[in-house]
Design a protein around this ligand. Structure first.
Ligand SMILES: [Zn+2]
Ligand SMILES: [Zn+2]
Length: 243
């Protein structure tokens, strides 16, 4: 009976590729053509910040697999991972997810986050915290895309989400419009922890949609560590790569 209903429903409302809208077999997925256009990040990559190494280079074949950036300066976060590279192709759908109410994408992205975050889950995570939006931005946008991601991921990995622990205490300019230096000052002291007891001694996984310079994630991580978190890992759908 359920099977018949499912088949009927599929005829009326077929599963569509989350990127191009083409009819496909499975739910919350993408077509093979779009899949081949997305640049998924895979090994070899830096064991700490997840930056992929070009195959054939000395770094890619070394057994340490830590990038020069992480070797020269200890990162604030324990591990960082992203699923895909933020490029012209991935950008459009990520912007639709963030600004144009395409919240159904969250289920697909959560599946990717579960795979990309394998090293983090192996190290152990106690709670997930989404990167918060300011009150003004929530009013305008109606939802926080990072919180949606955290909730859909929590259904797959069974880790609690703390949506109101880390809060944004002042409105800031959109980071995308600013240079790297301005991003740092724009975001400085913009976050606070509301209930430090909820995160004391906990290993936190911070969730966001995109990482560009990392200044937002670093500022959030600093705030959480100052409030007593044991460690902070970061996980995003997409990231930019340094040229
Ligand atoms: Zn497609
Ligand atoms: Zn690194």
């Amino acid at each position: 009976m359920i099977l018949i209903l499912k088949t009927l429903l599929n005829l009326i409302l077929p599963n569509r590729c989350a990127y191009c809208g083409k009819i496909i077999e499975s739910e919350h997925s993408i077509c093979t053509e779009c899949f081949s256009k997305l640049h998924f990040i895979s090994a070899p990559y830096c064991q700490i910040c997840g930056t992929p190494f070009e195959t054939g280079t000395e770094l890619a074949s070394s057994s340490h697999l830590i990038c020069p950036d992480c070797l020269s300066k200890k990162p604030i976060t324990r591990l960082h991972r992203s699923c895909i590279v933020y490029d012209d192709f991935s950008k459009k759908t990520l912007l639709d997810f963030k600004f144009n109410d395409k919240i159904f994408l969250s289920k697909l992205f959560a599946k990717w986050l579960k795979v990309a975050g394998a090293d983090i889950f192996e190290k152990g995570v106690d709670v997930m915290v989404p990167v918060p939006l300011s009150f003004q931005r929530i009013l305008k946008r109606k939802y926080n895309q990072s919180a949606l991601l955290a909730y859909d991921l929590s259904k797959l990995i069974n880790v609690e989400v703390l949506p109101h622990t880390l809060i944004k205490i002042r409105h800031t300019k959109p980071q995308a419009a600013l240079s790297e230096n301005l991003r740092l000052t724009n975001i400085k002291n913009a976050y606070a922890v509301k209930n430090p007891n909820q995160i004391k001694g906990k290993r936190i996984l911070l969730i966001d949609d995109v990482m560009t310079t990392g200044s937002t994630l670093n500022e959030c991580a600093k705030t959480l560590l100052k409030a007593g978190a044991q460690s902070v890992d970061t996980l995003t759908i997409a990231r930019t790569l340094k040229k």
